[in-house]
Design a protein around this ligand. Structure first.
Ligand SMILES: *Cc1c(COP(=O)(O)O)cnc(C)c1O
Length: 243
């Protein structure tokens, strides 16, 4: 790790925390309610180690192969303080592998995937590859019409997928997650995140523990905080552009 890279990550991280703090002040929220997940896709394990030294405790990845290899490279003392989130679209046949290294899967959007995650988690608990249930959020597709398709269950499908997670032996239902639909302006994004919050409120009626609302990325984290997000997934603003 060069000093220049460390300084770049540190500067970016300070800036992102300033943005989160300002957004929380504007929304009259406590920054302690908001968890920052640094999305480290495209970047090496060395960056993850540096981020942990700089205080980051949650990282997210979106491709199984890259993520598995990267987590395996982390020194044990880094891995043990870190919560690893999987945030990418997930094929059913990758579920068994993902639950070997991920603490959280944010992208559950269909029954077959939920069942595969549960079976995989059961197997990993059996072999000692993991020791705790997998935390899972339901990914919601907030798109309307043409804007659908960035992954996720349709809003109508969310209660059933959530119920399936909640009744899975080796999974813990934590809440909902979404990516803002493409092509919206600020008020369109706000409306989309507000729909997510409304879904979350309904879900918490049946599942009081399912309080996570994962929304907001580098470009729209302020909007997500204003809507009530509890988890922000920030890549570019911390790690820099893909290289
Ligand atoms: C890449 C990614 C992010 C981070 O996006 P940035 O715009 O780089 O902050 C967040 N969520 C998901 C699901 C992603 O794939």
């Amino acid at each position: 790790m060069t000093d220049a890279r460390r300084l770049e990550l540190e500067t970016n991280l300070v800036r992102v925390h300033e943005r989160i703090d300002a957004a929380c002040r504007a929304a009259d929220r406590d920054p302690a309610e908001v968890t920052l997940v640094a999305i480290t896709k495209f970047f090496p394990a060395a960056d993850v180690v540096t981020l942990v030294e700089l205080g980051v405790r949650h990282v997210g990845e979106n491709r199984d192969q890259e993520a598995g290899a990267k987590v395996a490279e982390l020194p044990a003392e880094v891995r043990s303080v870190l919560t690893v989130h999987f945030v990418g679209q997930l094929q059913t046949n990758k579920a068994r592998h993902v639950v070997r290294y991920a603490d959280v899967v944010q992208s559950a959007d269909r029954d077959r995937l939920v069942d595969a995650l549960d079976r995989g988690a059961g197997a990993a608990l059996e072999t000692g590859e993991r020791h705790t249930p997998v935390s899972v959020t339901v990914q919601v597709d907030l798109g309307e019409g043409e804007a659908r398709g960035r992954g996720g269950a349709l809003p109508d499908e969310v209660p059933a997928v959530a119920e399936r997670i909640a009744s899975s032996e080796h999974l813990r239902l934590r809440g909902v997650m979404a990516v803002a639909p493409l092509g919206l302006d600020g008020s369109g994004t706000r409306a989309a995140f507000d729909r997510l919050l409304a879904l979350s409120r309904r879900l918490r009626g049946d599942h009081p523990g399912a309080s996570w609302v994962s929304a907001g990325m580098s470009g729209d984290l302020e909007t997500a905080v204003a809507s009530g997000a509890t988890h922000l997934r920030v890549g570019t603003a911390i790690l820099g552009p893909r290289r």
